[in-house]
Design a protein around this ligand. Sequence first.
Ligand SMILES: [Zn+2]
Length: 152
Amino acid sequence: MNYSLTRFMIVLWGFVLQGPAWPTQKTLTPADNKVVDGTLVCLDKDLKEVACSAKNEIYGLKAADGQLYPLKAHENVEALHVEKRLRTRNFRLTLRQEPDSRLYALVKSQFFRDGRLYDFHYFCEVCNITTHAPGLCMCCREETEYRESPAN
Ligand SMILES: [Zn+2]
């Protein structure tokens, strides 16, 4: 093995052991998540609370202390508003603030009904796939089944 190849191997091995030496983006961990209990509200373009209407595209979670957490648009956020089977506007959402933004991405959603916390999801029996927004299965295009269960 010649010198340069040996050197290359050492550098490569170092890379494997330590990862890239150059600065990488801060890795987000579960500790960066924020769990907030609140009510789902509708927001206008300025992220102010407004009465919900057909035009609303931005949703927010309003915590008991009045703080608003505007939610980044996603089908899983939309589901909180359109899914009538939830029969509640009260949620426990796990959120993560988007970099350089006032918006929060939805990581996990649970809801409160009659003082009890529930998990919910949509399930395709055929493909054994779980999603968090209503609609057709992404795999077989069959209708998915709504399921809820008391949270542990
Ligand atoms: Zn399917």
